[in-house]
Design a protein around this ligand. Structure first.
Ligand code: C5P
Length: 330
């Protein structure tokens, strides 16, 4: 006998509620899915970051990296970490000795009245996956077609005279951080952070001047007196970190590390995944820049200041230990 219409509706509504309730809370398959999601989330996020591999992950039986990697030295300068020990200060002053250096503490104070005094990027967490591309200036980028791969990273570090116009297909278009020093400086876009590597107190005075009055025109050579850069995005490479890179990662080889190596170690400390482009010679052994027509220029290799071979070998070792990914170009 067919049920009356109202009873039919009530029965249907009751059935709907029971099903919804049991599906949400009791259905074993759903519970399994929830459990699996929870477990996989736990599994993937139990490392120091949310990427597939994390630079900062210290593995047992892999002492080479963990003996060198020191997270207590902050890569970027703040007012608070700007004071240098006597030993570090002496080492730093020796890099490009100045005849009459200004008072370091006073210059730092003046600097932080112009640029932000912030602790940046020290926000590693199991939920963060910060991917970074460190783009050196090697001629091996020419014809590499790495452009879109480079641009797909969260942070893209370029350095010194690096340019993208006309080379987009090989080097990409985006630059989040441009690492430079007074003698290698160039104008930057408003959205790019200027990372100054200071080699002397005068370099700190130069960045103040270049962003304001433009009075400093000369260091040990003529320098640009003004620079187009966003003041709110200027950051300073910490001299204590500079010394740590030279000692811990290069065992003191070379007079001091190159811009490329300093940028690489900055990335290793503030990123979760690091990809390296434009380092080393091209396939014919040339050490020129990717924008140079003269392949025999060899600008980087023969400065006499950096130990290019030693740096390159350490970079290869980092890749071998799967701490960075190395793209060797052409
Ligand atoms: O020549 P420059 O110092 O401007 O290049 C930036 C960085 O790119 C270097 O410090 C070096 O690490 C890297 N480079 C390289 N091989 C080249 C040119 C540059 O490894 N042929």
């Amino acid at each position: 006998m067919p049920l009356p219409k109202r009873r039919k509706v009530r029965t249907f509504a009751l059935l709907f509620c029971v099903l919804t309730f049991s599906y949400t809370f009791w259905d074993p398959s759903l519970y399994f899915i929830k459990y699996a999601l929870h477990q996989s989330n736990y599994f993937f996020s139990k490392g120091p970051c949310a990427c597939r591999r994390c630079v900062a992950e210290l593995e047992d039986g892999e002492p080479w990296f963990s003996e060198r990697f020191n997270q207590t030295v902050h890569p970027l300068m703040t007012r608070e970490n700007s004071a240098l020990s006597d030993e570090t200060f002496k080492w730093w002053q020796w890099l490009q000795s100045e005849r009459q250096p200004a008072n370091y503490t006073a210059v730092v104070e003046e600097l932080f009245q112009i640029i932000p005094d912030e602790v940046l990027y020290m926000d590693a967490s199991p939920d963060r996956c910060r991917t970074c591309a460190v783009v050196g200036n090697s001629g091996n980028l020419k014809g590499s077609r790495y452009g879109s791969l480079i641009d797909s990273n969260d942070f893209i570090f370029r350095m010194n005279q690096a340019l993208t116009d006309g080379f987009e297909e090989d080097v990409g278009t985006r630059t989040t951080h441009h690492v430079l020093y007074p003698e290698s400086a160039k104008n930057l876009d408003n959205g790019t952070s200027l990372v100054l590597i200071p080699f002397k107190t005068l370099d700190l005075q130069w960045v103040i001047s270049a962003l304001t009055t433009g009075t400093i025109k000369q260091t040990y050579m003529p320098v640009v007196s003004r620079i187009k850069a966003n003041k709110d995005k200027v950051m300073i490479y910490n001299p204590a970190f500079f010394k740590y890179v030279h000692e811990a990662w290069l065992d003191g080889h070379g007079r001091y590390p190159s811009t490329g190596f300093l940028s690489l170690l900055l990335a290793v400390h503030i990123c979760d995944e690091v990809s390296v482009f434009g380092f080393g010679a091209d396939q014919y052994g040339n050490w020129h820049h990717y924008w140079e027509e003269n392949h025999l220029a060899g600008a980087f290799r023969h400065t006499g200041i950096h130990n290019g071979d030693y740096e390159y070998n350490v970079t290869l070792l980092l890749a071998d230990k799967q701490k960075i990914r190395m793209f060797k170009g052409r």
